[in-house]
Design a binder for this molecule. Structure first.
Ligand code: LMR
Length: 398
């Protein structure tokens, strides 16, 4: 039977990560996967995580099953973090949350849940979107369509095309929107655009699915959730998938959450049993470790303050490189306008260079970025920024 298998393409992001690891060039630069790196190029464990983990080791007194919804303390915290502590959907018990193995797990559970609610639903994703969205939803049996989002010529949002296309989405379909730090373009909706999106969701009756993988990496924890909080105030139902990979630096612990917002608490109760039956049939229960680390941090004022500080350091370091890239490219004699980099948010920037230039950067300079020209800015530091700028200038000039 296995002899019938056909080879499949490697995931464009994870494939890049493996190729980078194998590259022997001492000057290699990893701008591929969305993982934070410090000035030393290291992805350190956050101090708040180390402390919360030590607490966990001391306090943990059982390894019994955690239950399908995962850690309830974590779930309560993550809802407050996303929606804000006194959001009306929380006060009205309209939200049900399950902690999941990473943001990807949250998206897969959401997809299976959508299929239960409406087997004919199409999910609409931004063009472009995170490389894994489309295959993940298709693997769950959902139809996927794209809507215009990024305009490669203006290096901004393709607002009119986007809203014109969303105005054709029928009730019963689902529209995925990135809460902040759009992956891969870094181009986010303004608050006015969130309002316009919300009006359309209400008028058309489609269900929004908000993917929030980078809360705190754009402008701040509350600022990055402003659009989704407004949306949740206005619509009857929506789904939120969140991740603690980036903002808590818990990548390999695989910790995320799926939250379903229903029209009232009774529907939320029914949504909950459906959500849990999806969980049961995929992985039964999530692993506990990452969730309890996050809960320990958010249970403690001191550790929460430390987390805020460490998150701000990561955000500010990335943001400080946005202008630096522009300045360094200009210093290398590049005349093209790269000012759009400062209008993008989060871990990524779309450089807007072509495939041949991206390939050359990799083959001649060992600079790795995703084929869309998505650059994970956190991979830059004071030791490699000049090398990077020189290399980009070289491929742009030739
Ligand atoms: C990315 O987009 O680089 C990250 O979300 C990591 C991944 O799993 O693709």
């Amino acid at each position: 039977m296995f002899a019938q298998l056909q080879p499949v393409a490697t995931d464009p992001i994870l494939g890049l990560m493996a190729a980078y690891k194998e590259d022997p060039n001492p000057n290699k630069v990893d701008l591929g996967v969305g993982v934070y790196k410090d000035e030393q190029g290291h992805t350190a464990v956050l101090k708040c995580v180390k402390e919360a983990e030590a607490l966990r080791l001391k306090q943990e007194d059982s390894k019994t099953y955690i239950g399908m919804a995962g850690d309830l303390g974590f779930n309560a915290h993550i809802e407050k973090l996303a929606f804000g502590a006194s959001h009306k959907v929380l006060l009205a018990n309209r939200v049900t949350t399950a902690h999941t193995p990473g943001g990807t797990g949250a998206l897969r559970v959401a997809a299976e849940f959508i299929k239960k609610a409406n087997p004919n639903a199409t999910i609409w994703v931004t063009n472009p979107t995170w490389a894994n969205h489309i295959s993940l939803f298709q693997a769950a049996g959902l139809k996927v369509k794209e809507y215009s989002y990024y305009d490669y010529s203006t290096k901004g949002l393709n607002e009119e095309a986007m809203f014109a296309e969303l105005a054709t989405v029928p009730a019963g379909d689902v529209v995925l929107v990135h809460a902040c730090c759009h992956n891969p373009s870094g181009m986010d909706l303004t608050f006015a655009q969130w309002q316009r999106f919300t009006d359309l969701a209400k008028a058309r009756g489609f269900t929004p699915l908000v993917d929030m993988a980078y809360q705190g990496f754009g402008e701040g924890l509350d600022e990055d959730a402003r659009g989704l909080r407004y949306l949740a105030e206005q619509v009857e139902e929506m789904i939120l998938c969140s991740s603690c990979s980036k903002n808590f630096g818990l990548y390999r612990e695989r910790i995320g959450a799926v939250s379903v917002v229903a029209a009232d608490s009774k529907i939320a109760d029914v949504a909950k049993v459906n959500l849990l039956s999806v969980v049961r049939s995929i992985y039964s229960m999530p692993p506990a470790h990452g969730a309890i680390i996050v809960a320990n941090i958010l249970n403690s004022q001191e550790l929460t303050a430390l987390w805020h500080q460490e998150l701000a350091e990561m955000r500010n370091r990335i943001n400080s490189y946005r202008q630096l890239i522009i300045d360094k490219l200009a210093a290398e004699g590049v005349t093209q306008d790269f000012s759009f980099i400062t209008r993008q948010h989060g871990m990524f920037s779309f450089l807007g260079i072509n495939k041949a230039q991206i390939d050359r950067l990799r083959s001649e300079f060992s600079i790795y970025m995703v084929g869309s020209s998505r650059v994970s800015i956190a991979g830059l530091n004071h030791s490699n920024i000049d090398y990077f700028a020189k290399a980009v200038a070289t491929v742009l000039k030739d």
